[in-house]
Write a protein that binds this ligand. Sequence first.
Ligand code: FE2
Length: 264
Amino acid sequence: MPKSTKYQAKHPDGTGYIHYTPEEDAVWRDLAAQQTPNVQKYAAQPFLDGQAALNLSATRVPQCNEVSEVLRDLTGWSVAPVPALIGFSKFFGMLAERSFPAASFIRSREDFDYIEEPDIFHEIYGHTPLLTDQRFADFSQKIGQVGLACDTSEYAWLIRLYWFTIEFGLISENDGIKALGSGLASSPGELWHSVNEQTVVRRPFDVIDILRTPYRIDINQPIYFVLETVDQLLEASQRDLIADIKKAKSLGLFAPTYPEKQHA
Ligand SMILES: [Fe+2]
């Protein structure tokens, strides 16, 4: 997670409504118009099914409340606006309660194609379709429950499982490998890269391997993990993930396959 942000959270009014300006709605409209044809080509069926179920607005920033209404009926999840950056304990605590923390601001046009921190386009366009799937919904809650139960020194281990599935997971479908993760669905460049780039390593989904694989948040991923079915996430949510973290720690991290970030 980035350590600072230039963005301010948008706060709901007394009725729970978040007011977006016409320009902010226009940024959503243009992001969705750019991304939707790509998602139809490269995103996995469970994502597309979720998008169809939510029927998100193409012309304005959707309200957390209206998305929550649909999610509650389908999987018991809701979406709650939060400041741009929150700590891990709040993050895990909300997931454990089936409440998805959504950074409520939307990026400026300056950051149209790439933004390091999550914004409302990433949160709603990228994340909420998958939360319509009960298997994915259960897995997401389990990450939160494990986060509350594990030692704070183990957060970095647990978050890799979140990163390589919920954010950047791939899945094998009849017509090839498709993008499942929200970080892919909301990223114009990385969506294509994740499924088409020849030099990328695509490894089979394996909880211990994932926990041992380091990543950088500010580059296209050089390694992805590929599910055969979303059922594997449900199976993972039934594992003793705290024991898995301890095992991964004893085996140690894999060496990074990317250059270390240069600090100014
Ligand atoms: Fe995210």
